[in-house]
Design a protein around this ligand. Structure first.
Ligand code: FSO
Ligand code: SF4
Length: 531
């Protein structure tokens, strides 16, 4: 196997041998490559042939299944391959009886990509990993009935490019287009979430678990959470968010369920510790799933794109999911015998979420005044994924050491390193504002654009610095979006992607001044000195 798509890749170069650092086995990695190869085959066959809704669905599902920490289940990947082949056949009915080797619809051999010239491999990886991340967002929007033709069409174009002979001149624009289209995709998901569940508002969330049966819901899919809330109403079961599900508390229509009680646990990489002997059931709606330990595997359920051998998967039947097995397991386990207090990483008992772009921009006047009268000197977007590396303490240090006249915007699961801290206020505004999940990077872009307009400058001239942590492929598509918008001086860590070749990294540094993080102290000093 070969895989280097995520930040924890072995030796910062690539996972090989029998198992990746994430726990993905070589057989699964090979099947995921095979699946990607068939998706490229579909993109090739779509040239001149009309695709249907089901063709695009398998492209999106297939890409999502290959994201880090999503699908470890060979049988379900084989089923995706079967469905993908079936869709490809539908596109090319006339080809079935033709023996001519035109290669127009051939599947792509991913081995040829992994063994390619390192710059080509690097650019194609940026495209492929970028659309894998984007597919996750398109999938969530699709679950709420939202689609965008331009986004859908781009999946075909990008997959085609990955399977195509091409030089830097051909591939670089597709890399940049991935960022551009991902912005549209995140905007679509923002619309889907807010039109379905209302505009998020700042909401305090506790880390305590009440007495009695409960279910912990993790991942990013609000629709699955809503369905579970509906099915557990009046059953004496409380629901707790985990990981990237935390921002759900801020959506009025989800908050309206009184049994959506609080948040359990922190970011994904702590799940094996936090779920040990948990007296409640756990539902994974998306990544990041770690191989479950024996002490809790019998209470973990998966749904949608997530799958793991031996774990019970809740399928949609006729568009509806029946969460009865999860509910029954929670009732059997019974929960804690009394209210149990937990804390965040820094000992805090609660956090506040729900500072989406609407909430922040509704306070725009106050914010502008605070900048003008120097009550706020600088904004930092400290956001992105969490992970297990010790170097990630940088982000906690950065937030703790940021001066009192600075404001921290945050999003995604990296925030658990500091979201239980009380940082007080600056200019009458909270110094720490949680904008939501990783896809709410769209909101951060909107806030930055609105501030630039208010101050009559470019986003790059604002007193705003992005300090990002990456782990998996959604972070890749978000980074490409920021580059597409021309945002410079991004601090990126904890390490740079292994799939960036020296030349491609050189291009990004030269054109966007991407900077690897150093130490919180040094970086803060440098950023504030450059103001
Ligand atoms: Fe984290 Fe995992 Fe949201 Fe990622 S839970 S690491 S960027 O999947 O998607 O932030
Ligand atoms: Fe390795 Fe990451 Fe790939 Fe898993 S997803 S095999 S950890 S590079």
């Amino acid at each position: 196997m070969f895989c280097f798509q995520c930040e924890q890749t072995a030796g910062c170069t690539g996972c090989s041998g029998s198992r990746g650092v994430c726990g993905k086995g070589q057989d699964t990695a090979r099947l995921q490559d095979e699946l990607t190869g068939v998706l490229i085959g579909i993109a090739r066959a779509s040239d001149g042939n009309e695709v249907t809704k089901s063709t695009t669905e398998i492209i999106i599902e297939g890409l999502f299944a290959t994201l880090t920490n999503v699908n470890f289940d060979n049988d379900s990947i084989r089923e995706l391959i079967r469905r993908a082949e079936e869709e490809k056949e539908k596109l090319i009915p006339k080809c079935s009886g033709c023996g001519s080797p035109c290669s127009r619809n051939e599947n792509f051999d991913m081995e040829s990509l992994w063994g390619d010239n390192e710059d080509i491999r690097s650019l194609k990886s940026l495209i492929l990993f970028g659309i894998r991340g984007m597919a996750a967002y398109a999938y969530h929007a699709m679950a709420l009935g939202y689609e965008d033709e331009e986004v859908n069409q781009f999946f075909y174009k990008a997959l085609f490019a990955v399977g195509q002979e091409g030089d830097m001149e051909y591939l670089l624009p597709v890399v940049m287009e991935t960022g551009e289209v991902n912005l549209k995709c995140m905007a679509m998901l923002d619309r889907a979430n807010t039109e379905t569940y209302g505009i998020p508002a700042p909401t305090e969330v506790t880390f305590a678990v009440d007495k009695g049966p409960f279910i912990v819901v993790t991942g990013h899919d609000l629709k699955d959470l809503e369905e579970l809330l509906r099915q557990t109403e009046g059953k004496g079961i409380n629901i707790y968010t985990h990981g990237e599900m935390l921002p759900a508390h801020a959506y009025p229509k989800l908050k309206a369920y009184s049994h959506l009680r609080g948040n359990f646990g922190t970011a994904w990489q702590n799940q094996q510790k936090e779920f040990q002997n948990l007296p409640g059931a756990v539902l994974f709606t998306t990544n990041c799933l770690m191989p479950p330990m024996d002490s809790y595997a019998d209470r973990v359920f998966t749904t949608a794109a997530v799958a793991y051998p031996g774990l019970k998967h809740i399928h949609a039947v006729g568009g509806r999911k029946d969460f009865t097995p999860v509910i029954e397991r929670a009732l059997e386990l019974g929960g804690y015998s009394e209210r149990t207090e937990f804390t965040g990483i820094n000992g805090g008992k609660k956090t506040v979420t729900g500072f989406g772009h609407n909430a922040i921009l509704s306070a725009a006047d106050k914010l502008i005044e605070a900048v003008n009268n120097k009550a706020i000197r600088h904004f930092f977007l400290v956001g992105g994924c969490d992970g297990a590396k010790t170097g990630r303490n940088y982000y906690t240090d950065f937030v703790k050491q940021a001066p009192d006249d600075t404001v921290i915007l945050t999003l995604a699961c990296g925030k658990y390193r500091f979201n239980d801290l009380d940082l007080g206020e600056a200019g009458g505004l909270p110094r720490l504002m949680d904008m939501g999940q990783c896809n709410d990077a769209y909101g951060a872009v909107k806030v930055a654009a609105a501030l630039a307009e208010a101050f009559g400058c470019q986003v790059n001239d604002l007193p705003l610095t992005m300090v990002l942590s990456w782990y998996e492929q959604k972070a890749v598509c978000i980074l490409l979006t920021l580059l597409h918008l021309g945002i410079r001086n991004i601090y990126l860590g904890p390490s740079l992607p292994a799939f960036l070749s020296e030349n491609v990294l050189g291009y990004l540094v030269e054109n966007y001044n991407i900077r690897p993080i150093s130490s919180a102290k040094e970086d803060l000093k440098r950023i504030l000195a450059e103001e």
